[in-house]
Design a protein around this ligand. Sequence first.
Ligand code: ADP
Ligand code: DP6
Ligand code: CO
Length: 323
Amino acid sequence: MNATTTYTARAHTNIALIKYWGKKDEKLILPMNSSLSLTLDRFYTETSVMFDEQLKDDLFLLDGSKEKNDKISNFLEIVRQKANITAKAKIISKNHVPSTAGLASSASAYAALALAASKAAGLNLDKKELSRLARRGSGSACRSIYGGLVEWQEGIDDQTSFAHPIEMSRDFDIAMIALVISTDFKKISSRAGMKRVVETSPYYPAWVQNTAKDLRKLKQAISKNDFETFGEVSEENAMKMHALNMSAHPHFNYLEPDSIKAMKIVEKLRSQGVSCYYTLDAGPNVKVICRRKDIQAIVDRLSDSFGQEKVLVAGPGPAAHLI
Ligand code: ADP
Ligand code: DP6
Ligand code: CO
């Protein structure tokens, strides 16, 4: 094989409503619990891959600059093994999402890379295989293979741990407003944060048990089109995850003063009758879960306090696809 065709894929980020926060197998990236997320239209990654026998090393360009990234080469090694090839690859990626700020860039990154790299290597994976492959790069990425609401079933091994879409009724009305509080490099990556929690939080077993319950409640709320329960369960599950971080040793915390300020604003709006809830991932940015009809009121309120440019509105986004 000489140089192969270049394939370009686009994958959208997803925000978990029931969080993945801990691995039972670090090498295969098998999670301690199943999780459920919403893929977003607003934030995505586009990645092009070409394998070339002439290359001495994998070459990775992120947003125009060359990056040394061992995770990418380890991931490509899995693809090469599956496809039975040895050629190194040129990877060009562009994030339409702030990198490393807890807006889930690793999810869109590895979903796009899994699709583009598997195609460029001559593999024709079905969605389940793609989801399993994306999972090996970053756990949350297995959910970004699909659009809309997506569940990652934890499984017991590499074959059984993958995502699948969750039916949502046509009139299930949902939007997500991201408040960008900081795009600084985060101090503790998701990978390191969840590992520390699994190893040191005395509350970890309770998290695993309780999250299984939250997931059942959330799925029931989706099937009944019960937006209030949907929001409530999501918000509570996120807070339990952040409580784990504060109970780790050494303890840590992704929240900033402005995160708390935004959370209070959402609570206030709620007490005034606007049905809105928050969730936060491994970073200080706050994502507000709401109905489309309430977007403007929430955007106005957050813009007053933080500035309009910090408030980004998203809706359900599509599955990963080639472009
Ligand atoms: P996030 O909350 O943004 O997903 P993580 O700590 O999980 O944060 O992942 C951030 C890591 O994802 C970065 O350090 C980088 O290595 C990787 N990443 C981000 N964007 C890309 C991309 N487009 N292609 C490959 N890897 C990426
Ligand atoms: C808080 O998928 O980024 O966003 O599998 O180690 O790459 P690795 O971690 P990652 O963790 C995501 C954590 C989270 C919750 C979630 O997306 O479910
Ligand atoms: Co991530």
